[in-house]
Design a protein around this ligand. Structure first.
Ligand SMILES: [Zn+2]
Length: 397
């Protein structure tokens, strides 16, 4: 086989996979083979899930992040498909310059060489997260469970060997199925999508772009940004006020443009967090968001009742059969959507008023408030001037 024939075999083996797929790290960039229609379809599907709210047909999206807003100008940078011993160190240099911690979703089959291993060691040593992007960057939706398991496990072993213990997983192309998702979760992974696609893959030489994103490759990039990856990325981050941003550290244009993107964000008051920041991405990180208590909700002590009426903190009214949250009142009590309506009555023989729940379907006619029963009670008027009235409310038996 001539050198030319070998080149052609390599090229053909990568068509339809490059730049994101199972080519070796050495030949997956810089050649000008275009993306396949399957790839374009996968990219468009991912974009439509994030931007257009299209429901993934499997019901298990590898793209959509459960936290969709409230970023308060906080940005998490992520880099997929590496390591690349040429371009990843350039990305690391820029991150170091700005003191930014990011996440690198690697493909295990690119991590075998000594050069690649030293890049992984540097990623961890400089405070970044090393994460799993599968072994070969195949479309996991199309594989058997055994194949998916192998794709997850092999890269998992690379991460563990490198010393990583925070387990984040990103599906190649964002393409997931429920069963593939369950397999990745069985290894303890948090499946991590993104909010902003920089489109760097489309601007990259590997997709024939050389800094220009062709409409036939990614039709969702506005024409005004066809030659402006920096502008396209910044405009999306601004419109979402932050979020998780997708890059690929295997492309030279990504490494070259990163400084302009980070420095502009810094100048505009954005700050940087990582994907494991539970304050910015609480649902992604599984933080149990305690449902807030309100009048009538059960409690054991005052610490369980953390709300107020704007002036007075709630407390826990305990009685023989349990306890419920209450507020002091004269005449009136606040209501809250999703909770039973409230009523001001006296629980101490008419000396003071306390807010209680009215008997309602939301509390099972008082059955969900232990130790109470639906009882006709009089309003505690106090100095409010409210009219005297009665209501069926949940008061201690
Ligand atoms: Zn990828």
């Amino acid at each position: 086989m001539t050198a030319q024939q070998r080149f052609l075999v390599t090229l053909l083996s990568c068509v339809g996979l490059a730049p994101l797929a199972a080519c070796s790290a050495d030949d997956d960039h810089d050649h000008a083979s275009g993306p396949s229609s399957d790839q374009i379809a996968a990219w468009e599907d991912a974009y439509e899930q994030v931007e257009l709210g299209k429901v993934d047909s499997s019901g298990c999206s590898g793209v959509v992040v459960p936290d969709s807003a409230g970023f308060q100008r906080r940005v998490a940078l992520t880099f997929d498909d590496g390591p690349n011993p040429e371009t990843t160190p350039q990305v690391l240099d820029t991150l170091k310059q700005y003191g930014v911690s990011a996440t690198f979703f690697i493909n295990g089959n690119r991590a075998g060489s000594d050069a690649a291993k030293s890049v992984l060691a540097r990623i961890l040593a400089e405070g970044h997260i090393l994460a799993n992007h599968s072994q070969q960057h195949l479309n996991l939706k199309n594989l058997s469970s055994a194949q998916v398991d192998s794709q997850v496990r092999l890269t998992h072993e690379v991460l563990v060997a490198a010393g990583e213990s925070r387990f984040f997983f990103r599906f190649p192309f964002g393409s997931a199925s429920c069963s593939a998702m369950n397999i990745s979760k069985s290894y303890g992974y948090v499946v991590t999508g993104w909010h902003v696609d920089s489109g760097d893959w489309c601007y990259a030489a590997a997709t024939g772009g050389v800094g220009y994103c062709h409409p036939s490759t990614f039709r969702y990039v506005p024409d005004s940004f066809r030659a402006d990856m920096v502008g396209y990325t910044l405009s999306q981050i601004r419109s979402k006020n932050g979020g998780i941003v997708l890059f690929h550290d295997i492309h030279q244009n990504t490494a070259s443009n990163l400084d302009a993107i980070v420095s502009t964000l810094v100048s505009e008051g954005f700050t940087f967090v990582n994907v494991n920041d539970a304050a910015t991405f609480p649902k992604l990180n599984g933080a149990a968001v305690a449902p807030s208590k309100f009048v009538g909700d059960s409690c054991a002590d005052h610490a369980n009742c953390t709300f107020s009426d704007g002036a007075t903190a709630a407390s826990c009214h305990t009685h023989g059969g349990g306890g419920f949250c209450t507020l002091p009142c004269e005449g009136f009590c606040p209501d809250q959507p999703g909770k039973a309506p409230t009523f001001c009555t006296s629980l101490d023989g008419g000396q003071t008023g306390s807010c209680v729940s009215k008997s309602a379907s939301l509390n099972g006619q008082c059955a969900s408030i232990p130790g109470t029963s639906a009882t006709s009670v009089e309003r505690f008027v106090g100095s409010s001037g409210a009219a005297a009235t009665t209501a069926i409310a949940c008061v201690p038996n």
